[in-house]
Ligand binder design. Structure first.
Ligand SMILES: [Zn+2]
Length: 403
């Protein structure tokens, strides 16, 4: 395929897949069916894994031999909501202005998916010695949920790949590491009473405020103890505190307050240990006060704090010698790699023993923004890269790179 045809095809596929509103809360099955039929027409089989309710699916496809040692191009096909954002045109109808393409998901990260699909005919023709796989997943934006089912399916049922490239926007620079995350919710339950006599109740908002202050102090402590050699920015584990709600009226002592919090963890920190410190503070410093209400008959049954771990995304631990990083260095001539503070599914692939890097077109600063855009030059760079990858995977001696 000529470079120009590959670009044309990438842009037309990107326009098509942007038009499917795959905001994480929506079903993605129409887009999955669209991609599947495109691959079917090329003689490429797809394998789907669904969520529990059957409303969303991941797609896995293999081009080339059904053997171990393949290279995975991984991307999520869900997008973040456009609610409340000021877009100058319809976010689900891609438009071009000069050398940029606009639309929800062009950079995060349907642009990468479109390039992979546009080059699928090349891959199918190339007599690949090393298989190439597509891993397109749902619900990445809400905690890398979907890809977990896909990884389980691959590791349990299919020949293991050698390396994964997660095509999140990195401006085509190698990202070898990222932070992990933990998301939690604490539901504080107090004792409701008339505000005229606070002694008869137990105020869940006041108790939640203690948790908030503790988290603020913890954030400061983590920053104060940052390791100067830590490559991340910020160079320490940070606290998320993103949502709080509680109370019903100003003349009622509030019974319930919910605090959603969490952290973004550098790979050298133990997120579970940090979580346990917070839990200990809650049980030692918050719960006794909540339960200490004279009017309460059975405090243990009512007042207290329930903290639930909602989601864990493992970090991507930097490994410059990994097969994934060595492959990209070899193909692109890049000789360094960086780290980022946002999470991706890369840590989940690494966790099951498959070397992984993040490497994709466009800038992360455009992700989740109104009038999200990607520069066409970035799409071109990505096409060049995948072209090189195909050439490499078609050589007889490509495996030598890893020996
Ligand atoms: Zn993304």
């Amino acid at each position: 395929m000529k470079k120009n045809d590959a670009l044309k095809s990438s842009l037309s596929i990107l326009g098509e897949i942007i038009a499917f509103d795959t905001t994480s809360r929506e079903s993605n099955l129409e887009l999955i069916a669209h991609i599947k039929s495109y691959l079917d027409n090329l003689g490429i089989d797809s394998r789907l894994t669904h969520n529990e309710t059957g409303t969303k699916a991941n797609l896995w496809a293999t081009i080339g031999p059904e053997t171990i040692g393949g290279i995975v191009l991984s991307g999520h096909i869900d997008v973040v909501p456009v609610d409340g954002q000021d877009w100058s045109q319809n976010p689900f109808s891609m438009w071009q202005d000069d050398d940029k393409l606009f639309g929800r998901g062009v950079v995060d990260m349907k642009g990468f998916v479109a390039v992979a699909l546009a080059l699928a005919p090349e891959m199918a023709k190339a007599n690949l010695k090393i298989p190439m796989h597509f891993a397109f997943s749902y619900d990445e934006e809400v905690g890398c949920i979907g890809v977990r089912g896909l990884i389980k399916d691959v590791t349990e049922n299919l020949p293991l790949p050698r390396a994964v490239i997660v095509g999140e926007p990195t401006s085509m620079k190698i990202i070898g590491g990222h932070k992990g995350s933990r998301s939690l919710q604490s539901i504080v339950r107090g004792v409701p009473a008339h505000s005229s006599d606070p002694r008869l109740g137990s105020n869940s908002i006041m108790a939640a405020a203690k948790l908030v202050t503790y988290l603020e102090n913890l954030q400061q402590e983590l920053a104060d103890n940052a390791d100067p050699a830590c490559p991340f920015d910020p160079p320490y584990t940070t606290i998320d505190l993103g949502k709080i709600s509680g109370g019903t009226a100003n003349n009622i002592i509030p019974e319930f307050t919910s605090v959603e919090w969490g952290m973004r963890i550098v790979p050298t920190d133990d997120g579970e240990a940090i979580e346990n410190r917070v839990r200990e503070f809650i049980s030692k410093e918050i719960e006794p006060g909540l339960k200490a209400v004279p009017a309460l008959n059975d405090p243990a049954d009512h007042a207290g704090v329930t903290t639930t771990l909602k989601n864990v995304v493992p970090p991507l631990v930097p490994d410059t010698a990994s097969a994934a990083e060595q492959l990209i260095r070899h193909l692109t001539g890049l000789n360094n790699s960086g780290v980022v503070s946002f999470g991706t599914e890369a840590g989940l692939f690494q966790e099951v023993g498959i070397p992984t890097v993040v490497f994709g077109p466009g800038s992360i600063t455009q992700a989740h923004q109104p009038d999200e855009f990607i520069e066409i030059s970035q799409i071109k760079e990505c096409i060049d890269f995948v072209d090189q990858l195909i050439d490499w995977a078609a050589q007889d001696n490509s495996q030598e790179l890893f020996i």
